[in-house]
Design a protein around this ligand. Structure first.
Ligand code: ATP
Ligand code: MG
Length: 232
């Protein structure tokens, strides 16, 4: 899904935290917003996803003006730093939840949730609870929960923020994989190392775009665990 931002501005207490931002993202791009704390990354993501209302400017998703549409009508999937899973509910039920809200039948919910969990490599753990899973596995469940609604855009806010570097690479490999399947990905991070896995990096500073760079994405390759690193 393509994204167009036209002169987007958002103010808090009269102060612009997103300041006249214009940007075009093509369908299927894997693009990162990189910037230091307070630069406005989360705010831009919230504006695109419809979690925050826009003060000025327009947002077009797939050519449609969504500036004043509620989040449910934007067909955007979310992934957060803290996973936001129900810890004592199985992975399967966590992933089914958005379908439940959407009124999908039990049988169909089950089928689609299982399929989404298989897609993120958790087909053998669908009955595990998040509190029985590693951080990386929990983030995979969260990605499956975003995927289950079949969005054409997934936005992820610091999705590797709570993960060690090895697991972060694993999650970036998963995002790259989703990117290859045609989903547009917008990922927010303050870590340049994470931004290297995307095909485009937009650098934010004080609510403005400071640089916009296409790059050859580094391929995420998860190194094998050596014997010394294996926790005893
Ligand atoms: N709901 C709010 N009310 C008032 N100010 C806010 C609100 N949300 C964000 N801000 C302010 O807007 C600015 C940008 O915040 P934002 O969360 O977008 O930054 P960020 O780039 O995501 O930072 P971080 O890397 O720390 O997550 C900050 O100065 C922040 O204090
Ligand atoms: Mg943020």
């Amino acid at each position: 899904m393509s994204i167009i931002l036209e002169h987007l501005t958002k103010r808090y207490d009269g102060h612009p935290v997103v300041n006249n931002v214009s940007l075009e993202v093509g369908d299927g791009e894997f693009f990162v917003l990189l910037g230091s704390s307070g630069s406005g990354k989360t705010t831009i993501l919230s504006l695109i996803a419809g979690l925050t209302h826009t003060d000025e400017g327009r947002i077009l998703l797939h050519g449609r003006d969504v500036t004043y549409l509620p989040t449910q009508q934007r067909k955007v999937g979310f992934v957060f730093q803290n996973f936001n899973l129900l810890s004592r509910t199985s992975a399967l039920e966590n992933v089914e939840l958005p379908l439940l809200y959407a009124g999908v039948s039990a049988q169909e919910r089950h089928r689609r949730a299982r399929e989404a969990l298989e897609r993120v490599g958790l087909g053998d753990r669908i009955h595990h609870h998040p509190n029985q899973m590693s951080g990386g596995q929990q983030q995979r469940v969260a990605v499956a929960r975003a995927l289950v609604m079949r969005p054409r855009l997934i936005v992820a806010d610091e999705p590797t923020g709570n993960l060690d570097s090895r697991t972060s690479i694993e999650i970036m490999a998963l995002f790259q994989d989703l990117g290859r399947s045609g989903i547009t990905l917008l990922l927010v991070t303050h870590e340049p190392d994470i931004a290297r896995y995307a095909s485009r990096v937009v650098l934010m500073r004080d609510g403005r775009i400071q640089a916009d760079q296409r790059q050859t994405a580094m391929l995420a390759q998860v190194p094998p665990v050596s014997a010394e690193e294996t926790p005893s």
